[in-house]
Structures are given as structure tokens and as C-alpha cells.
Ligand binder design. Structure first.
Ligand code: EPU
Length: 417
């Protein structure tokens, strides 16, 4: 198992490019199931989760070719097995994103229930409720969701809570339904908008993506298309926090500042100077940072996927911050590990009280989930001495060549077996 060894204390400086967004790529790859014609996807990040999704789609009969320029072409001329088995879904919950497209295109799907994971229970009841509203017959048997429908019918669906992959699954299913579907209380995340853009390029009729009401007029069939994946806003935010917390100065290319308002605002509140243009963001610091309280909530509020990284920043900032997690019930696994580095953090319910300390000291820590791992890498960059982050495979699921990019910014970080 790989580890990252970090010698902390170097302010990051320089320029790096942001990769394609993991959470946009995964649903977009699944959209290929909706048409017999090829879908060409560009700016695909080289990540473990993307490889897992491609393996799942290939297993269903999708033909996949890749090029060296981060391009993937997928052709689902015939779907031979509309099944997502437990061994794949278990390792990547986003596999549930095949449920909507398979039911719409094949009239049947068998997808393993994902089960709980490190950050919470994460049920998929809203995905199921939406498909049932569209006329699918759903059975839960032997740990699998089985969906059947001769053709899905447009419906009015009001989601009980905001769910990103739930909205995406139902939006994909509705593209091939007969009649119109309205999804109320839809997720407004930019990744939902990117998926809608790809689906519309394939001939779907979707309006309102990015708002909380998405309208989809079903069509008989979709066709092939080309789509370039949006930049990863969480990777962007993670590098900005790394630069801020180490007292550095960086520029991120191929970024989209307009989808990071809540994060950029918090960085400014902490005392960092942030400037941006249409496709770049630059950050520099001027002395020590102030603590910033954050409360996670669905977009456009502060993202849960940036909570752990701000916890690392707050652990060495001036003052006390309250970090409140409202999206997932168990997303504080990094707290115990940050404490091993000397952070002063107490958890009360869904709030962590973070008192800034003068410095962190390097130690061995263990990654537990993707964003928790990112916060430990940031803490390692801040800390005095050597930090070893174990179980780096969590990080490889969502950050493309993180140690390479950080090295380019001057960090002393290496991967060891
Ligand atoms: N929920 C339900 N029922 C459902 C669906 C969701 O109760 O049917 C609950 C969840 O348990 C959670 C909340 O609703 O408490 C929100 O979950 P959501 O469905 O929005 O999360 P997701 O779609 O499974 C995506 C991202 C996550 C990100 C969340 C929130 C992808 C592939 N994953 O997950 O990304 O944290 O939205 O923004 O898009 C990550 O990249 O590290 C990651 C975990």
C-alpha cells in the first residue's frame, strides 16, 4: 500500500492546471448508456474512480477507447448485461449512477445497494422514489435494486432532500421517458449543470439545471456527442487552501472562479488575497491567517467536500473556528488524525470547535476517506518535520497526481511503497 511522506514547512509557490472534475466525469460516463452512438468525453481526470467506472461500463458491453490527451470514447451499441455488481458498487458508490440510464434504455437494471460508507449511511431512497414516480417497478432483493419499466413515463418528482447523484440519476432517466418530468428541490451543483450540458448535446431537452427545478422533455432517442468535462472545483479549492495554509503564492490555470464563491469568500475572510480571471485564480497571503467558521450545505453554500481541508487550515489559524457539517452525519474522521499532529479540536454533535495552535508537528497518520486524506496532506504540508500519510488509495480516487502537482509548487512530498 502506498504512503505519502511529506516534509512540511515549505510555502507553496508557482502555477498548476486544474484537472477535469471527478464528480462531473462519473455521471457523464454513465450518460453513454443512453445512446447506441459514441460519446466522446474530453478532459477526463486520471483517477481510480474513473477507472472503476470504465470497468463497470465495459462489463455491461460498452466499448471504450482512450487517447493520451485525457479523452475517452464510449459506445454502448448493445448493452449485454444491465447489472452493477456488489464488488464494484461497494468500492465506489457513484456506480449507482447507472441505475437511471439502464432503466431508461434497457427497461431493466440490477444494481447492488451501496451500503453505508466511511462518511455516513448514504441511502438511495430518493433515486428509487423518483424512478417509481416515473413508473418503474422496483424490488429490493438479495442486496440488489431491481428496476423494470417498459418505458418510463414523465412525472413530477419532489425530492425530500437535496441529492446530487439522485438528481443526476433521475435527470438521465427522464431524458428517454415519454412526456415531461419536473424535478423539484433538485441539486444545483455545477456538476449537475455539466451533465445537463452533455445530455443536451446528445439531443436531450433539459431546462433549469443549476436551479432547484429541472424540467426534462423526454425524447425517443439520444445521439452521440462530444463533451469537455468542467474543471474540478474541489481540487481547485484544495490547492488554494494548501497555498493559504503554508503562507504561499499560487496561480491555478483552467479553473472556474464563479463556481467557488463560498470557498473564495472564506479564504478572503481568513486574510488571503484572492484574485481571478475568467479561467484562473491566484492566491497569496500576507502574514498569519485568521480562523474562519464554516457550515456545509448544498451548493451554492459551502461544500462538504471542502470541510476537512478548512479544518486543517483552521488548526493553525489565529482564533477559534466552528466547523459545522450538515450534509453527512459522520464526516469528522480526520479530527482524530489532525489531533495526532497537535491540533486542538473538540467535536460536539455535528460541530467541531477548532482552536488555532502555533504549529503542528509531523507524525504518522491514516487516511479514512477522500477529503479526509486531503486534509491530512495539507496538515503535513503545514507541520514541522515529517508526516507520513498511510492508505493513499483514498486520495488516488479523487486527486490526479497530487504529489506531482504539489512538488511542482515546491512541496517536499514523495510517494513510497
Ligand atoms: N441522501 C438520502 N437519500 C438519498 C440520497 C441522499 O438520504 O436517496 C442523503 C445522503 O445520505 C446525504 C445527503 O442526502 O446525507 C446528500 O447526499 P448526496 O446524495 O447529495 O451525495 P452523493 O450524490 O452521494 C455527491 C458527491 C459527493 C459529495 C456529495 C455532496 C458524487 C459522485 N459524489 O454524493 O462527493 O460529497 O454529492 O455534495 O458526485 C467526494 O467527492 O469526496 C464526495 C463524497
Amino acid at each position: 500500500m502506498d504512503k505519502l511522506v511529506i516534509e512540511g514547512g515549505v510555502p507553496l509557490s508557482g502555477e498548476v492546471s486544474v484537472s477535469g472534475a471527478k464528480n462531473a466525469t462519473l455521471p457523464i460516463l454513465c450518460a453513454s448508456l443512453l445512446t447506441a452512438e459514441p460519446l466522446a468525453v474530453a478532459h477526463v481526470p486520471h483517477l481510480h474512480d474513473v477507472t472503476t467506472m470504465l470497468a463497470l461500463l465495459a462489463q455491461m458491453g460498452v466499448t471504450i477507447s482512450t487517447d493520451e490527451k485525457l479523452g475517452v470514447e464510449l459506445a454502448a451499441a448493445r448493452i449485454t448485461g444491465p447489472v452493477a455488481p456488489y464488488d464494484l458498487v461497494r468500492t465506489m458508490r457513484a456506480s449507482v449512477l447507472v441505475l437511471g440510464p439502464l432503466t431508461a434504455r434497457c427497461g431493466e437494471a440490477r444494481v447492488s445497494l451501496p451500503g453505508g460508507c466511511a462518511i455516513g449511511l448514504r441511502p438511495v431512497d430518493q433515486h428509487i422514489k423518483g424512478l417509481q414516480a416515473m413508473g418503474a417497478e422496483i424490488a429490493i432483493e438479495h442486496g440488489y435494486i431491481t428496476a423494470r419499466a417498459s418505458r418510463l413515463k414523465g412525472a413530477r418528482i419532489c425530492l425530500d432532500l437535496v441529492t446530487v447523484t439522485g438528481t443526476e440519476n433521475l435527470m438521465m432517466a427522464a431524458t428517454l421517458a415519454s412526456g415531461a418530468t419536473v424535478i423539484e428541490n433538485a441539486a444545483r451543483e455545477p456538476e449537475v449543470v455539466d451533465l445537463a450540458k452533455c445530455l443536451n448535446a446528445m439531443g436531450a431537452k433539459i431546462q433549469g439545471a443549476g436551479s432547484d427545478v429541472v424540467m426534462i422533455e423526454g425524447v425517443e432517442r439520444l445521439h452521440g456527442a462530444r463533451h469537455r468535462v468542467m474543471p474540478d472545483r474541489i481540487e481547485t479549492g484544495t490547492f488554494l487552501v494548501a497555498a493559504a495554509a503554508t503562507g504561499g503564492e499560487i496561480t491555478l490555470r483552467d479553473a472556474r472562479p464563479e463556481i467557488l464563491d463560498a470557498v473564495l469568500e472564506k479564504l478572503r475572510e481568513a486574510g488571503a488575497q484572492v484574485t481571478s480571471g475568467p479561467d484562473w485564480i491566484a492566491l497569496k497571503t500576507n502574514g498569519a491567517l485568521n480562523s474562519v467558521s464554516v457550515r456545509t450545505a448544498p451548493y451554492p453554500a459551502f461544500p462538504t467536500d471542502m470541510q476537512a481541508q478548512f479544518m486543517a487550515l483552521n488548526s493553525v489559524a489565529r482564533g477559534t473556528a466552528l466547523v459545522t457539517e450538515t450534509v453527512f452525519e459522520n464526516r469528522f474522521m480526520h479530527v482524530q488524525e489532525l489531533k495526532r499532529l497537535g491540533a486542538d479540536i473538540e467535536v460536539e454533535g455535528n460541530t467541531a470547535v477548532v482552536k488555532g495552535v502555533a504549529h503542528l508537528d509531523g507524525a504518522g497518520v491514516m487516511a479514512t476517506d477522500l477529503r479526509a486524506s486531503a486534509s491530512l496532506v495539507l496538515a503535513g504540508l503545514i507541520a514541522r518535520g515529517t508526516t507520513t500519510v498511510d492508505r493513499v488509495y483514498h486520495l488516488d480516487r479523487g486527486y490526479e497526481r497530487i504529489e506531482e502537482k504539489l512538488s511542482r509548487l515546491g512541496a517536499r512530498i514523495k510517494r513510497v511503497r
